[in-house]
Write a protein that binds this ligand. Structure first.
Ligand code: AHR
Length: 655
């Protein structure tokens, strides 16, 4: 794809002096309820890219815990100990589990073992309790003692424990201990003092996981998601659903049940970008479908799984399951409904119950394929739809329309799906585009039919100039342009029922793709300006769209202003969202029209910066965040000066 010239875009944007006319009032009819805003309107897209799962939200600290990476000792380093003597072997026992490798440690003298480097180090916290576990068995008569040590970056031991009385049967052993220091790049030593020990599934979790769950998630990262009050959680992707080829597609059945039995496979983002080659990126599936459903439930989001439809990534191998081999793929999708919603006497419902959740997860949506295109996709989609309409008409089906929002693949699929209206509920549009495109597309949905197939804006992000600067994250420029486009999503909530920014997470030391909504390191997390824009929309969603116009026109870029308005009929609040993309202060007069009264004061949440390339970092997380101010109304008029390059969300209480 030809790269847009960001330099030109930035200049055009910085020096755009539009004809700002403050005199024309902006009319908001707060009693003229238009489209209903679906509770699912603003959601989350989760994919294991940029170390989002392993090394990210999944709180496991040990990398390659079951020695199943292509190089069995990747992430592990043999401990150098003077006067120690020993050896190790990588053993493979096919029948043992889906993860057949384990390590045999033989210690003849001294201390013999390995160090684990974690995921770009281990984030350790002072006074935090850590839960260590390991599968092990001793070989021979000697009784080895297993020693666990946490180290800081100066090699000081900041936490330790031992396990003894190891038996000759494979068994899981556990121990907990407290860490004495904060350390962003810690490591863990694991060694024996004498004898021979087989080890597997070496695991270390902090105790403060989200809701203190075993095999849990990093609570600071989950909190960022919960704060978005998302309407849905899309998982597990993204291209990871498709896989580079079908052998490494996402198979949800292999991601549930005991963690030690979940087969480790390579992560497709391991090799995708040579510039950001990540050879140590694999999928442990410790965060699997059960955990995704639980996460969705915890944060009040509808679960939205995307299922492989018999197609590998069309940017990679384009491998297809032949039509006569599609049965198992469709069966996987049907069984997923049983896993999520089935009674506990069904096979998959019982597995859910055995994992700790007898109540159904209430699955209502399923995406068939990610970002697929072409007639091969349609043939496969039709088979899924036929079966689902017959067996699960209650499930809303989401179809793909390719990777671009405006090319021939996109138009072909929209046209074809229109001929199949009863067989698809939503279509999943993706756009990773430059700032100009985002501004121009604030009107994109004005001509979509609110009575037709609904839109799922399932992956979008404005790609600003950050891609040219290796240190830059997500700029204010990109967030402001998204805020402007999103007025068009909101205004057309009759046609657009679901939206999610993508990708969601990125580890500062291990990313492959940017921009991303939330950045983190091993101990900290930071919201990008884009995160705060998403949050302003999702936490000021409203129940109905109401019109906001100037000269009888929607505000879609006139005078560099982009606006939408909604009312929350339950909370009795009017929300007005308005982006000023010009470089000047714009005085505006809002005439708020309606029979019922308004309370005299309200609030405005503003994000603004004339420095468009500003971004938040872990060191400076609040370079650009919303600032809340009180506002006073004069009767039904609100006079306000919109700051240059600002996004504003007004909250006005209705009587
Ligand atoms: O969000 C990153 C990737 O972009 C997704 O995996 C894919 O669906 C899209 O191409």
């Amino acid at each position: 794809m030809k790269k847009p010239c960001f330099f030109v875009i930035i200049l055009a944007f910085l020096f755009s002096f539009h004809n700002v006319n403050a005199q024309t009032p902006i009319i908001v009819n707060y009693e003229d309820y238009q489209a209903v805003i679906q509770p699912t309107m603003w959601g989350i897209f989760f994919e294991d890219i940029n170390f989002a799962a392993d090394g990210g939200i999944y709180a496991e600290l040990v990398k390659n815990r079951s020695f199943e990476f292509y190089k069995p000792l990747m992430g592990w380093k043999r401990l150098k100990r003077e006067d120690s003597k020993g050896d190790y072997y990588i053993l493979n026992h096919d029948e043992m589990s889906e993860n057949p490798r384990f390590v045999r440690l033989e210690c003849e003298e001294g201390e013999y073992g390995f160090e684990n480097e974690g995921f770009r180090g281990m984030g350790l916290k002072k006074d935090m309790e850590y839960n260590f576990s390991i599968w092990a068995r001793k070989m021979g008569d000697n009784s080895p003692m297993l020693v666990i040590e946490l180290l800081d970056s100066t090699n000081k031991i900041v936490g330790s424990s031992t396990i003894s009385n190891l038996t000759s049967e494979w068994k899981q052993y556990k121990t907990s201990f407290t860490c004495s220091a904060d350390e962003p790049k810690g490591r863990m030593n694991l060694y024996i003092t004498q004898g021979t020990l087989d080890i597997d599934m070496v695991s270390l979790f902090p105790k403060d996981t989200w809701k203190q769950r075993e095999n849990g998630l990093r609570s600071d990262l989950v909190q960022m998601l919960a704060d978005l009050e998302p309407g849905f959680l899309r998982f597990p992707g993204g291209c990871i659903v498709e896989g580079h080829d079908l052998s490494v597609r996402y198979q949800w059945k292999k991601s549930v049940g005991p963690v030690e039995d979940r087969k480790v496979i390579v992560n497709r983002w391991n090799t995708e970008f040579m510039k950001r080659h990540t050879p140590d990126y694999f999928q442990s599936f410790g965060l699997g479908f059960y955990e995704y459903f639980l996460l969705a439930e915890d944060i009040g989001a509808e679960p939205l799984p995307i299922i492989n439809c018999g197609m590998a990534c069309q940017f990679n191998t384009k491998e297809l399951a032949t039509m006569d081999q599609l049965g198992p793929y469709i069966q996987d999708a049907l069984d997923l409904v049983e896993f999520a919603n089935g009674s506990t006497d069904t096979k998959w419902g019982k597995i859910r119950a055995d994992m700790g959740h007898p109540e159904p997860f209430n699955l209502k949506y399923m995406g068939i394929g990610n970002e697929q295109w072409g007639k091969q996709y349609l043939e496969r989609y039709d088979e899924f739809a036929k079966t689902f309409r017959e067996k699960h008409p209650e499930i809303k089906l989401i179809g793909a329309v390719g990777p671009s929002p405006d090319d021939s693949r996109f138009r072909f699929l929209w046209d074809e799906f229109k001929k199949r209206e009863g067989e698809v509920d939503l279509l999943d549009e993706h756009y990773y585009k430059n700032p100009d495109w985002f501004l121009a597309n604030a009107t994109r949905y004005d001509n979509y039919d609110p009575g037709g197939i609904k839109v799922f804006a399932g992956e979008y992000a404005c790609h600003g100039p950050e891609n040219n600067d290796p240190t830059s994250r997500n700029t204010w420029l990109s967030a402001l342009c998204e805020a402007a486009l999103m007025t068009g999503l909101e205004r057309n909530a009759g046609a657009v029922n679901m939206c999610s920014y993508a990708p969601l997470f990125a580890h500062v030391d291990a990313w492959q793709w940017r921009p991303d909504l939330i950045w983190f390191d091993n101990l900290h997390v930071v919201g990008t300006p884009n995160y705060y824009v998403q949050k302003l929309y999702s936490t000021h969603k409203g129940t109905n769209v109401v019109p906001i116009t100037s000269n009888d026109q929607n505000l879609t870029g006139q005078d560099s202003l982009y606006a939408s308005a909604t009312v929350d009929a339950n909370k009795k609040l009017l929300y007005v969202k308005i982006a000023n993309t010009s470089g000047q202060t714009v005085p505006v007069n809002f005439d708020l029209e309606g029979k019922s009264g308004l309370k005299g004061t309200g609030k405005v949440n503003t994000m603004s910066s004339q420095e468009l390339l500003i971004y938040n970092t872990i060191e400076k997380p609040a370079q650009i965040v919303p600032i809340v101010k009180e506002i006073k109304l004069k009767g039904k008029t609100l006079t306000y000066s919109l700051e240059p390059k600002s996004f504003n969300v007004f909250e006005i209480p209705l009587k």
